[in-house]
Design a protein around this ligand. Structure first.
Ligand code: NAP
Length: 274
């Protein structure tokens, strides 16, 4: 069967968020059937109603940090006639210096961005393996490849997600499931607080629209083998430099540290008056 299937059933986590909305819109327009997951039931339902063929899609509001929420989601997928694609998109971030992150925040970031995708993929793999055109897409981040001051926990979680994706892609090499990794640079969504947006402006970091990332995500679904994609120039180049000559990136980022520290501390203030 062609990897371009007419009507795939796609489980999209984090559908209620900025990137989730854009991915859902694009895939629904392409004829896919979506299982939309997030925590905010109203936003999910509004999204479903706004998609092409709304009656075809389903929503499930569940907190993926709760094992009951994950179980419910897996049960919902098992109750479908099949599952072709899992997009692990749900994620959280926190812009703060390490000393300002408490145990709970550290655990939530690693849990949401790394352990949840691993556990969901494990639980849904048997179902995906029954599909002739199965794929998993894990949404990573440039910060998983360029550890960034102010984002220690987030960078660690996305670096872990990359390691997981690479190992799983190789583990699935003799099976039918294509395992992809997509790493956006900054994207204009609510994930980024005013402090992060101000930092990006100050450092002249470029941001993409969610639609740009959604298109890359959709393109991956047409690939015959698992891929790794990094979005944005010069970010792709810096990722290579960081892998080969990390000292150069250490030095470039150390010059930016005072600015990063200032915005990280301002982000801690009530209302983030920036
Ligand atoms: N925005 C960026 O600059 C950027 C850059 C690189 C990578 N990314 C990655 O892109 C992905 C999507 O992010 P986004 O920018 O669209 O962020 P967003 O607008 O904040 O959306 C995050 C989504 O994740 C869901 N979510 C978070 N914690 C959850 C939990 N415990 N259980 C269930 N759902 C949960 C949220 O659900 P509710 O809203 O319903 O609570 C929401 O749907 C993330 O993996 C992020 O790391 C984003």
């Amino acid at each position: 069967m062609s990897t371009r299937q007419q009507c795939r059933t796609v489980l999209l986590t984090g559908a209620s968020g900025g990137l989730g909305h854009a991915i859902a819109r694009l895939l629904a327009e392409q004829g896919d059937r979506l299982l939309l997951q997030g925590r905010n039931a109203d936003r999910l339902e509004q999204l479903r109603c706004s998609l092409a063929n709304p009656g075809r899609h389903r929503v499930l509001a569940a907190d993926l940090l709760e094992s009951a929420g994950r179980r419910e989601l897996v049960q919902m997928c098992r109750g479908e006639s099949g599952l072709d694609v899992l997009i692990n998109n749900a994620g959280i971030s926190r812009f703060a210096l390490l000393g300002d992150l408490d145990d709970r925040e550290l655990a939530d970031i690693l849990h949401t961005n790394l352990l949840v995708p691993m556990a969901l993929t494990r639980d849904l793999l048997p179902l995906l393996q029954q599909s002739p055109a199965a794929a998993v897409i894990n949404i990573g981040s440039t910060f998983g490849h360029i550890g960034h001051p102010g984002f220690t926990a987030y960078s660690a979680s996305k670096a872990g997600l990359f390691g997981f994706t690479e190992a799983l892609r190789r583990e699935c090499a003799d099976g039918g499931v294509r395992v992809h990794y997509l790493a956006p640079r900054a994207v204009d969504t609510e994930l980024n607080t005013p402090a992060v947006r101000a930092l990006n402006r100050a450092l002249r970091n470029k941001a993409d629209t969610p639609a740009v990332v959604a298109l890359q995500c959709s393109n991956l679904l047409h690939k015959a083998s698992g891929q790794r994609r990094f979005i944005g120039w010069p970010e792709r180049f810096f990722i290579k430099i960081n892998a080969l000559f990390p000292g150069l990136v250490d030095s470039a980022l150390s010059k930016k540290l005072p600015v990063i520290r200032r915005y990280a501390k301002q982000g801690e203030l009530p209302g983030e008056a920036l």
